[in-house]
Design a protein around this ligand. Sequence first.
Ligand code: DAH
Length: 335
Amino acid sequence: MSEFLNEIGPLTATALAELGAAGDLAALEQVKGRWLGAQGRFTGLMKQLGRLPKEEKPAAGKAMNEAKAALEAALAGRRGELELLASLPREPTDFTLPGRRRVMGRLHPLTQAAEDIVRSFRRIGFVVADGPEVEDDYHCFDALATPADHPARDTQDTFYLDTAPPRLLRTHTSSVQIRVMEKQPPPVRIIVPGRVYRRDNADATHNPTFHQIEGLYVDRGVTVGDLKGTVEFVFKAVLGGDVRIRFRPHYFSYTEPSYEIDFSSAATRALGKEWLEIAGCGMVHPQVFENVGYDPEEWTGWAFGFGIERIAMIRHGIRDIRLFYENDMRFLRQF
Ligand code: DAH
């Protein structure tokens, strides 16, 4: 066997040992250069191949190819190992440490109440509508036949914006009744959850912003009986079966007749009251239909509005409305 052929084995073994011993990626690159680079020892051996006698070439070429493949495989293998090592944290990992617990979020009690009420109404064919919180006089009051001298229109109760034309923060979701009827012909069956604003000082039962749900049902031949049946169905669904509901005559400019709805249950008694007033409602006033271009001779309807906070307070026995806005986790975690 030629001297050349004898050299390949030991050289390859040395190269493989050096590759395996490289302690980091930089060292590995140096070993690679020393053997496989342009001036490398193995590359030098390749160059000699051409000068061998013809009969030695096939065996020598085959041996060189095998050696080269072995070197390249060893290089790639060691590189993989060193890259993995480099990506590991420097500090040892303690796999026995307890995991980090992530707290589950949950819905705010007001969101839960609103969603439950909306869900009940959807089951009887109502769809959700909404409208702007920044409103104008017309949609918040005039179109609802609230006269210009009504106390609700006083700056005592309403936040006015310094704009021209004047704008205000809606004091109730009833403005959305008008916006929806302006846009679509009857029949109408909508439910409107939303935020409203009033110039009240915050105390246990008032806050300058709170939430309401408005309902509006317009069709031919709608009666007060429909209103009572619907309201009872929903309040029983949301507040439990043991409830009693009564309608007390009242006045709203946009309904005739108008009622306040009182509500009684174990929950109201727990709050120290037999009856709690929870909503206003009535049969849509013919003037309101005129204002949106509905024919009051043909169409009838009812509407109601109530505060979501009030419902959530009854539901959970909460005595101070301000708790809803403080975002104290000790309070929120309970729902
Ligand atoms: N808008 C009234 C309020 O803010 C509630 C209300 C009463 C809404 C009668 C209605 C209604 O739709 O018909 O207190």
